[in-house]
Design a binder for this molecule. Structure first.
Ligand SMILES: *[C@@H]1O[C@H](CO)[C@@H](O)[C@H](O)[C@H]1NC(C)=O
Ligand SMILES: *[C@@H]1O[C@H](CO)[C@@H](O)[C@H](O)[C@H]1NC(C)=O
Ligand SMILES: *[C@@H]1O[C@H](CO)[C@@H](O)[C@H](O)[C@H]1NC(C)=O
Length: 363
């Protein structure tokens, strides 16, 4: 924000020195003329004109790989007859935690985007005052609060929109067992399963949908929590109301927990491989490749279960060496009475089972 204030201050100095030198007799005439001639450089601040900025949505839901438009509109009161040149800046505070980073800066028709957003964002500019941000090829980690800031001389107004993705939260425990992941390892574990550490909002949403899990896991903000819909003794006791139990912020290197990962829509398909034989883990990987696919990751199986209703009562290998199957229509001999992805942990890799494969839509 240093930068923002510098320019207006220079403007004021210029303004005052003009006043002193150019028009000792009739300053008002000079300045009002300058403002009303609408050359776009006069300070609206001194003329009682106010700048307004508004986003019509509080939050926008999208899917991975999809597009999103975050609204932002600015206008002046009283209305101005001639257009003015403003500076529009979109910035982003990642969900979870992190510092605000620049997304896009635009002056007139020129704009520049930054970092990971390069080539994926543009200003819409469909009508005067339209500063909506159009985003394409959304990634799992694009969620968070986007701020639209409009600067006109000394006036500086902003509004914000939350970007959220539709998807699924799943608890993740690595092959070597419960409570083995530091924060960084939890981040990596989720990424290896085609997902990202879940935010509190995502976990909360899943809890409302019934996620009940008694092992604590890292979230994207560095806190450790777990969602309980059915209170019971080993999970904080009967006396506590259902809710999200939090251990608060834990030490990122020293403390070890499980992870809550988040995955969203797939650019591809997860399926149970039709194969005449049961397969060990190596054979399972090879069989998917022979079918023009790869062995599915845990995040992909969850996304297929949640977002496309994959339902299959056959346990299959997944890329991390775990054995699972997805049930959307609970029935006898297919696990508990609630829908879910059933897990059998990590059996010895020489054991013989089915396999779930993932075929990318790009192939
Ligand atoms: C996203 O927008 C681009 C162009 O801006 C378009 O080509 C693409 O089809 C859109 N994708 C989706 C999923 O709507
Ligand atoms: C976000 O995800 C993309 C794609 O998975 C990755 O390339 C990028 O580095 C990630 N960005 C951050 C800030 O983690
Ligand atoms: C799976 O079986 C193949 C023989 O078909 C064998 O070469 C391989 O070592 C086995 N893999 C594991 C993990 O047991």
């Amino acid at each position: 924000t240093m930068f923002h204030y510098l320019q207006p201050l220079l403007g004021v100095q210029l303004f005052l020195s003009c006043w002193a030198q150019a028009v000792p007799g009739d300053p008002n005439h000079f300045f009002y003329h300058d403002l009303l001639s609408g050359n776009g450089n006069g300070e609206i601040y001194f003329n009682g004109v106010k700048l307004f900025v508004e986003s019509t949505q509080r939050s926008v839901f999208a899917v991975r790989g999809g597009n999103a438009t975050l609204s932002c509109r600015y206008w002046y009161e009283p209305e101005l007859t001639s257009p003015r040149q403003v500076r529009v800046k979109w910035s982003w505070v990642p969900a979870g935690e992190g510092q605000e980073v620049d997304v896009l800066v635009a002056i007139g028709t020129r704009s520049r985007s930054f970092g990971d957003f390069r080539g994926r964002v543009r200003l819409r500019q469909d009508f005067p005052g339209d500063a909506a941000l159009v985003m394409t090829e959304l990634q799992l980690n694009d969620t968070g609060r986007y701020r639209c800031e409009v600067v006109d001389g000394l006036e500086d107004k902003s509004s914000s929109v939350d970007l959220e993705l539709r998807g699924v939260v799943f608890p993740y425990q690595p092959p070597h067992g419960r409570y083995h992941l530091s924060f960084l390892e939890a981040q990596q574990a989720c990424e290896e399963q085609d997902s990202t550490l879940a935010t509190f909002e995502q976990l909360f949403h899943s809890w409302k949908e019934g996620l009940n899990w008694c092992n604590a896991g890292w979230l994207a903000d560095g806190t450790v929590q777990y969602p309980i819909t059915q209170p019971r003794v080993p999970c904080g006791g009967h006396d506590l109301a259902p809710g999200i139990r939090s251990y608060g912020r834990r030490h990122r290197h020293l403390h070890h927990y499980d992870a809550f990962c988040f995955s969203s829509s797939l650019q591809g398909e997860v399926y149970y491989l039709q194969h005449p034989l049961k397969l060990n883990l190596t054979e399972a990987q090879e069989a998917c490749q022979e079918d023009g696919a790869v062995i599915a990751k845990v995040g992909q199986l969850y996304a297929a279960w949640k977002l496309t209703g994959l339902d299959r009562c056959d346990a299959g290998w997944l890329a991390d060496g775990s054995l699972r199957y997805p049930i959307t229509k609970p029935r006898t001999n297919c696990g508990p009475s609630e829908p879910g992805v059933r897990s059998f942990g990590f059996p010895p890799p020489q054991h013989k089972h089915g396999v779930y494969c993932f075929r990318s839509a790009d192939v």
